[in-house]
Write a protein that binds this ligand. Structure first.
Ligand SMILES: Nc1nc2c(ncn2[C@@H]2O[C@H](COP(=O)(O)OP(=O)(O)OP(=O)(O)O)[C@@H](O)[C@H]2O)c(=O)[nH]1
Ligand SMILES: [Mg+2]
Length: 374
């Protein structure tokens, strides 16, 4: 009798085991089928463009617009990047101030004054000039005062091409005390301004008005571009990002070259190789001319014609944007349809509007691919 009960128990256990294995196998089969359905229906968007052109910022916008944005934990994770942006920019500024002061372009190392202290002016530049690993309150204070010093503002305005300051520097410096607060948690706007170079291909999936989208973000640095090829197959649309404000910038990736490559020319060259590539004959190409806000601020101070002599439109924003767009369109030898948009990638309102149009473009391509549209 005991033996019988034990055998029955074993048989029941075995049956349960088999059922579990079967359920597990069914779940795997289900996932495979779902994946295959999804990969057929999914629109693959590939973000291309040179370094710092706004690709990852577009992905962040998709997370804000089409997903749930960033929760507190995710926002807190951006602190390190933002501190690094601030400290790196402060170090660059300190280097420039020191060099200029040595050359006599600035009166002394004591660039900024906190009025009315018994000790006299705060030696903010001296604080800034030290190597900092953390954003201390003293450093935050120094940054605040230095960034506001008329001599420094003039220096940055008049020599924008002499040194590289990130586009986000003005935004972060003006919020420096908030950032230096020990309880600081970045806002979504801070995250959109944060700068971290991409060094891997990142896939993000979301749904946009019934369309299943898989967006691929790559790194734009020269040594990252070898990886781009791996993403070329089955791409529905390309969003090529190019920063319109970079006409006076050079690539820091090749500091030892005799003549530094102009960033805008590099971007034009890159666009030319993408748009005339055999890979993308059936792909819709969306051109995002980003940093239109930076172009607006920069044009009156840095003449576009100085870097592109054939341009004669002065500091008229529309004319300048039209000229830059024309330069890109000139590269389209394959005469592929190109859908251009002037954008400010870190402005959610603007990207929301732009993507309402982009969605139509992507949808048309998807319908053509499925044979529903000619
Ligand atoms: N003002 C302004 N800043 C922008 C705009 N687009 C991007 N930025 C900023 O430019 C910096 C670089 O943007 P990213 O999105 O990281 O550039 P990326 O193309 O992903 O760069 P890589 O990963 O190096 O290829 C970030 O600090 C962004 O906030 C824009 O339209 N206007
Ligand atoms: Mg990136």
């Amino acid at each position: 009798m005991g033996q019988l009960v034990s055998n029955l128990k074993k048989a029941r256990e075995k049956a349960r085991e088999e059922k579990r294995a079967e359920a597990h196998s069914d779940a795997i089969d289900h996932q495979i089928i779902q994946d295959s359905i999804r990969s057929k229906k999914e629109c693959n968007i590939l973000l291309l463009g040179s370094r710092g052109s706004g690709k990852s910022t577009i992905v962040k916008q998709m997370q804000i617009i089409h997903q749930d944005g960033f929760d507190t934990r995710e926002r807190a994770e951006y602190r390190t990047t933002i501190y690094k942006n601030v400290l790196d920019s402060a170090a660059t500024l300190a280097r420039v101030i020191r060099r200029r002061a040595q050359l006599g372009a600035l009166p002394t190392g004591r660039v900024s004054a906190r009025p009315g202290t018994a000790e006299g002016p705060t030696p903010a530049a001296a604080v800034l000039a030290q190597t900092h690993a953390v954003l201390t309150p003293a450093l935050a204070d120094a940054i605040w005062h230095v960034a506001r010093a008329p001599a420094v503002e003039k220096l940055v305005d008049e020599h924008p091409a002499d040194f590289y300051l990130m586009d986000c520097v003005g935004y972060f410096f003006s919020a420096i005390h908030r950032i230096a607060d020990p309880t600081y948690i970045p806002s979504e706007e801070d995250i959109l301004h944060a700068r971290a170079e991409s060094t891997a291909i990142i896939e993000t999936r979301f749904s946009m008005g019934g369309l299943a989208i898989c967006i691929l973000d790559v790194g734009g640095q020269r040594n990252e571009r070898r990886k781009w090829m791996h993403c070329f197959e089955s791409v529905t649309s390309i969003i090529f990002c190019a920063a319109v404000s970079e006409y006076d910038r050079v690539l820091e990736e090749e500091p030892r070259m005799a003549t530094l490559q102009n960033r805008m020319r590099e971007s034009l060259y890159l666009f030319e190789s993408v748009i005339n590539s055999r890979w993308f004959l059936r792909t819709s190409v969306i051109l995002f001319l980003t940093k239109i806000d930076v172009l607006k601020r920069k044009l009156p101070k840095v003449p576009l014609g100085h870097y592109f002599p054939e341009y004669t439109g002065g500091n008229d924003l529309q004319k300048a944007a039209k000229y830059i767009l024309w330069k890109f369109m000139q590269k389209n030898r394959a005469k592929l349809p190109v859908y251009p948009h002037l954008t400010q990638a870190n402005d959610t309102k603007n990207i929301r509007l732009v993507f309402a149009v982009v969605k139509e473009t992507i949808q048309q391509r998807a319908l053509k691919d499925s044979g529903i549209l000619e």
